[in-house]
Design a protein around this ligand. Structure first.
Ligand SMILES: Nc1ncnc2c1ncn2[C@@H]1O[C@H](COP(=O)(O)OP(=O)(O)OP(=O)(O)O)[C@@H](O)[C@H]1O
Ligand SMILES: [Mg+2]
Length: 243
């Protein structure tokens, strides 16, 4: 079987300004003089992973280890500096909470907006609107601007929209972290249903117990490098024994 996601020797470099520039004028003066110093920083360094169809794939690692950056290269949001990413299927990305939302608009408006961002038609959204509202359980808040929502409420809507279809691949970056216990249970159940219907899930969580119980495979990242890839249980045990 061919991997549905194949990440080969991926490197992602960010340029960090290494000296402090106080204002825009100073910045442009230094820029034209070519005296602005950037420090190269590799957020991902020679990362390779293969995700097979039907995998529930976990990524673990400390803050700043490169998990979200890796997910962004898979989702096509970032182009890797080195290496290649091959994806065979449609992706529903849940990477940054609130990306694709306009906080000044109401939940109702945002459901349509985010649907459009994910490539769903108005007709499709009309047909699935109730299902999304039911899943997120926010019936009484539909006409409230999103800025007055709690982060957990925003997560509910984002998750409900992203999983309203059976995408080939669901990318879930810490989406469960802000939801309360009952919503986490609901999301876990929905992700298991998706897996049963053939969706592949990549899942990032700081709850190692969650990764252990949900995922079959996992990769542990540290400073942008792969420390270990294998059965989720083994990787999680190693990771926990380290920290
Ligand atoms: N656009 C960017 N420009 C510069 N540096 C970035 C950018 N995006 C991420 N980084 C850096 O890359 C590193 C990896 O970040 P990333 O968000 O992938 O970590 P993470 O593993 O998802 O961490 P967390 O567990 O906190 O979510 C960090 O040091 C971060 O500062
Ligand atoms: Mg992250």
């Amino acid at each position: 079987m061919e991997p549905i996601i194949s990440v080969k020797n991926v490197g992602m470099r960010f340029n960090l300004a290494s000296e402090k520039v106080d204002n825009l004028k100073e910045y442009f003066i230094k820029l034209t003089k070519n005296s602005l110093k950037f420090e190269e920083f590799w957020a991902l360094d020679d990362v390779s992973i293969d995700v097979m169809p039907g995998d529930f794939y976990g990524l673990v690692g400390l803050n700043g280890s490169g998990k979200s950056t890796l997910l962004k290269t898979i989702a096509g949001v970032l182009k890797p500096t080195k290496g290649s990413v091959t994806v065979r299927g449609t992706i529903a990305p849940l990477i940054e909470l609130g990306a694709g939302f306009d906080m000044d608009l109401t939940a109702r408006e945002n459901i349509y907006l985010n649907g459009a961002v994910l490539g769903f038609s108005k007709k499709f959204m009309d047909e699935h609107f109730q299902e999304i509202v039911d899943f997120s359980e926010l019936h009484n808040f539909l006409d409230v601007p999103l800025k007055n929502y709690s982060s957990g409420m925003v997560a509910r809507i984002a998750f409900a929209i992203a999983t309203v279809t059976d995408p080939d691949i669901l990318i879930a970056d810490e989406v469960l972290a802000v939801g309360d216990y009952t919503f986490q249970q609901k999301c876990e159940k929905r992700m298991k249903e998706l897996i049963d219907n053939g969706t592949t899930v990549i899942f990032v969580s700081h709850s190692i117990e969650q990764v252990k119980s949900l995922c079959n495979k996992a990769t542990w990242l540290e400073h942008g490098k792969v420390v270990m890839t294998g059965a989720a249980e083994e990787v999680c045990n190693e990771y926990m024994s380290r920290y």
